[in-house]
Ligand binder design. Structure first.
Ligand code: PRP
Length: 217
């Protein structure tokens, strides 16, 4: 098989990877072989595809640089990354929202320039955009996880984080005060691969699109 026919797909380790693999199966596409152990590069049983298991925030980087031809990531991660890739297909999982949240005891912090809130987040770019667009002089504190801790320990007044069920916010005494964006999984494609591997890329997109449409029926 020529290189132009073999696609490398970057999958985000974790929940989105499992759902992506289920969608690949439903679409009749190759999937990573079983018994992966801790290996991070896997071939499909039929050798038609290669899979990279990446940290979710790194998927847009692998795809923009062409280390992977295609990838699956959340729209939130993609927008935060500022990476330039094609995004031909939204996928029907990973639904959540990026929200601004405050302690339930202080949900009415005025969002004005002079309020100067300190905001903890894993999404410093999207958070800075949100406050800049509103003329609010926010101090953004970048964290790598468990952002809800910020207000609990006096590090931040507010947080910007993903909300799915809302349980994490509730259990930590926080409440949503604005929705910044809705997110879900998206298929992304390297811009050069989209043309140089056109047949393989378009077969993949078409098969996934059909599986997504069938699942919606
Ligand atoms: C995500 C997100 C919230 C939580 C939201 O965290 O950052 O903390 O899930 O889900 P919920 O609304 O259903 O409670 P994740 O599990 O990825 O861990 P992290 O906070 O360490 O990044």
């Amino acid at each position: 098989m020529s290189d132009a026919a073999i696609l490398t797909l970057a999958l985000p380790k974790g929940r989105l990877a499992d759902q992506s693999i289920r969608l690949m199966a439903a679409a009749g596409l190759p999937q990573p072989g079983r018994n992966a152990g801790r290996r991070l590069v896997l071939a499909s049983d039929d050798g038609q595809m290669r899979f990279i298991l990446a940290k979710p925030v790194d998927v847009p980087t692998y795809v923009e640089y062409g280390a992977a031809d295609v990838g699956v990531c959340g729209l939130d991660t993609l927008r935060e990354s500022r990476r330039y890739v094609y995004e031909p297909l939204l996928l029907p999982f990973g639904h959540c929202r990026l929200s601004l949240a405050a302690p339930v005891t202080r949900p009415d912090l005025p969002l004005r320039y002079e309020s100067q809130p300190r905001v903890a987040t894993k999404y410093p770019n999207l958070t800075a955009d949100f406050f800049r667009a509103r003329g609010v002089n926010a101090e953004i504190i970048a964290l790598n996880g468990s952002v809800e801790l910020g207000p609990l320990v006096g590090l931040a007044d507010l947080i910007v984080d993903l909300v799915e069920t809302g349980d994490t916010l509730r259990e930590n005494g926080l409440t949503e005060i604005r929705t910044i964006m809705h997110s879900q999984a998206v298929l992304i494609v390297n811009r050069a691969a989209y043309h140089l591997k056109a047949a393989a890329v378009h077969n993949l997109i078409d098969a996934l699109r059909t599986a997504v449409e069938n699942a919606a029926r």
